[in-house]
Design a protein around this ligand. Structure first.
Ligand SMILES: NC(=O)c1ccc[n+]([C@@H]2O[C@H](COP(=O)([O-])OP(=O)(O)OC[C@H]3O[C@@H](n4cnc5c(N)ncnc54)[C@H](O)[C@@H]3O)[C@@H](O)[C@H]2O)c1
Length: 246
């Protein structure tokens, strides 16, 4: 049940909204009074949210399948928008397909929020493809922000650091010592904990509803993980130490 009105009367489409960060974003927008279309390739989480949260609709879709995304555009155009006042934000897991929403967003002066990652800026070991795609998401955000400015459509991205989600838990479970992996993940932030999906949701609502003079920005939601010096050399790196006098 909505408790706020910051985004009342607006329609928000959240791809990957069935669980984790996407679900946190869905909840935050529902709390702010928006009507939310939850898109996910997995039915279980999205359907459960649809049942739980009035003002949400679930659509089964895989954002890597252009036809699925065209279906959403089609649904939004003729009749979906009628019960909903406006398409105000399009929050995406797979960003190139955001372009399908642009005709609607230009009409409604909406905005796009891409979900990138801190590692797109600072890198991550053994993760070249992931890091490269996240760097591209951030770069694309800036380029699209320029292209869409004449139409009044703002385009921003959020770069989360370690956020405790089912994905994080699944990846930790694959490591030899999941407990140690999770502890390491918590200690990577000066704040000494991981973030919550709700905290990314709050950042998304801010970008959509109040950050009217922000376009092309990368909002870090990281608990300060990128700050300061830390131990960066791996065990296999030869250490060229000067004579240490102690
Ligand atoms: N969790 C973190 O620490 C973290 C950090 C930085 C960035 N991110 C980014 O945040 C986003 C969400 O991560 P998460 O941890 O919440 O993941 P998650 O796996 O917990 O949730 C992702 C959701 O997206 C859905 N999904 C995946 N592929 C899809 C597709 N092709 N079409 C439609 N739905 C799809 C999944 O079914 C799932 O419901 C990702 O882009 C991830 O790279 C996460």
């Amino acid at each position: 049940m909505a408790t706020g009105t910051r985004y009342a009367g607006k329609v928000v489409v959240v791809t990957g909204g069935g669980r984790g960060i996407g679900a946190g974003i869905v909840r935050a927008f529902v709390d702010s009074g928006a009507q939310v279309v939850i898109c996910d390739k997995d039915e279980s989480g999205g359907r459960a949210l649809e049942q739980e949260l009035p003002g949400t609709v679930f659509i089964l879709c895989d954002v890597t399948q252009e036809d699925d995304m065209k279906d959403i555009s089609f649904l939004l155009r003729p009749w979906f928008l009628r019960p909903f006042a406006d398409l105000a934000a399009w929050i995406v897991l797979s960003t190139t397909l955001a372009t399908l929403a642009l005709p609607h967003l230009r009409k409604s002066q909406g905005n796009v929020i891409n979900i990138s990652s801190l590692v797109g800026a600072i890198g991550q070991a053994q993760a070249v493809p992931y890091v490269a795609t996240k760097g591209a998401v951030t770069a694309m955000t800036k380029a699209l922000a320029l292209d869409e400015s004449p139409y009044g459509v703002r385009v921003n991205c959020i770069s989360p650091g370690n956020i405790w989600t089912p994905l994080w838990e699944e990846l930790a479970a694959l490591t030899p010592d999941p407990r140690a992996t999770i502890l390491e993940g918590m200690l990577a932030q000066p704040l000494g904990r991981m973030g919550q999906p709700a905290e990314v949701g709050a950042a998304a609502v801010f970008l959509a509803s109040e950050a009217n003079f922000c376009t092309g920005i990368e909002l870090l939601v990281t608990g300060g993980a990128e700050l300061g010096y830390g131990r960066k050399a791996s065990r296999s790196t030869p250490v060229d130490a000067p004579d240490i006098p102690f």
